[in-house]
Design a protein around this ligand. Structure first.
Ligand code: SAH
Length: 259
């Protein structure tokens, strides 16, 4: 018995065991006892995770995959969560304890998976796995590049992001149309920011919604003082600002809004 790939669930099953093992080994396993794999499918990564000292849990939306896992990984049975990761309150399982996330993710919801991880960052010291290559690169990108955007700034505000290696379509069944990329996010020691974090999300999203405009134009809706808007940083476009500059800018906007 194998699982029939369903397109609407982003199912592309990895068939290369050595790549699966390499991906499973991207987690350091330091600083937490639990690992959550998102979208295990038929368990190609799971079996390597189960060999390691941490406790492996999996969350899988597809009933057919869950049946397969239950039949083939008997020691995993009570740690299979049959739910949609984006909708499920994962603290029903982890109860505020730290855990790492790993996966060969469904590419159709990969950005949402990263955003949900950022929301849960207090509990997630490490995150790794495979995305569509372009998305993995975008997350790790630095300022000055066309692909640097919301996902890059917000992820790197809290995590060190490393692009690890590229995986070709030929090692999947069915093969996706694009290359894939494996990355690792390691939470920074100083991930508690000096600025208002909610405001940072708002500033970054608003600025990149009109990425070709200067901040003076794109941040108009914040009703900032003329004094602040005359600062030279407001003559820049969002892709020119480093993560630290976004954090400093947010602090100044916060002060300006108070006066
Ligand atoms: N990790 C497996 C499967 C990758 S395909 C492998 O490498 O072969 C992506 C997997 O994510 C599929 O099994 C799919 O059913 C699952 N999935 C898709 N959307 C999901 C969601 N919202 N929550 C949990 N799992 C999901």
């Amino acid at each position: 018995m194998t699982v029939k790939a369903k397109k609407h669930l982003g199912q592309h099953f990895l068939t290369d065991e050595s790549i699966a093992e390499r991906i499973a080994n991207t987690l350091s396993l330091q600083g937490y006892d639990n690992v959550l794999e998102i979208g295990p499918g038929m368990g190609v990564l799971t079996k390597y995770l189960l060999q390691r000292k941490t406790k492996t849990h999996v969350i899988e939306i597809d009933t057919e995959s869950v049946e397969y896992l239950k039949a083939n990984y008997l020691n995993l049975a009570d740690r299979i969560i049959e739910k949609d990761f984006l909708k499920y309150d994962i603290n029903q399982v982890f109860n505020q304890q730290p855990f790492a996330i790993i996966g060969n993710y469904p590419y159709n919801i990969s950005s949402q998976i990263v955003f949900k991880t950022l929301e849960l960052r207090d509990q997630i010291p490490e995150f790794s796995g495979m995305f569509q290559k372009e998305v993995a690169e975008r997350i790790c990108e630095k300022e000055g590049s066309k692909t640097y955007g919301i996902l890059s700034v917000l992820t790197q505000a809290f995590y060190d992001a490393e692009y690890l290696f590229t995986v070709p379509p030929s090692v999947f069944n069915p093969p996706p149309k694009v290359d894939s990329g494996v990355l690792r996010l390691t939470r920074k020691d100083n991930y508690k920011l000096t600025c208002n974090e909610t405001l940072l999300f708002k500033v970054v999203k608003t600025a990149f919604q009109q990425r070709r405009k200067t901040l003076r134009n794109s941040l108009k809706t914040f009703n900032l003082s003329d004094n602040l808007r005359e600062d030279s940083i407001f003559g820049q476009r969002p892709e020119q600002l480093s993560v630290q500059q976004f954090i400093n800018l947010t602090t100044r906007i916060e002060q300006d809004l108070k006066t």
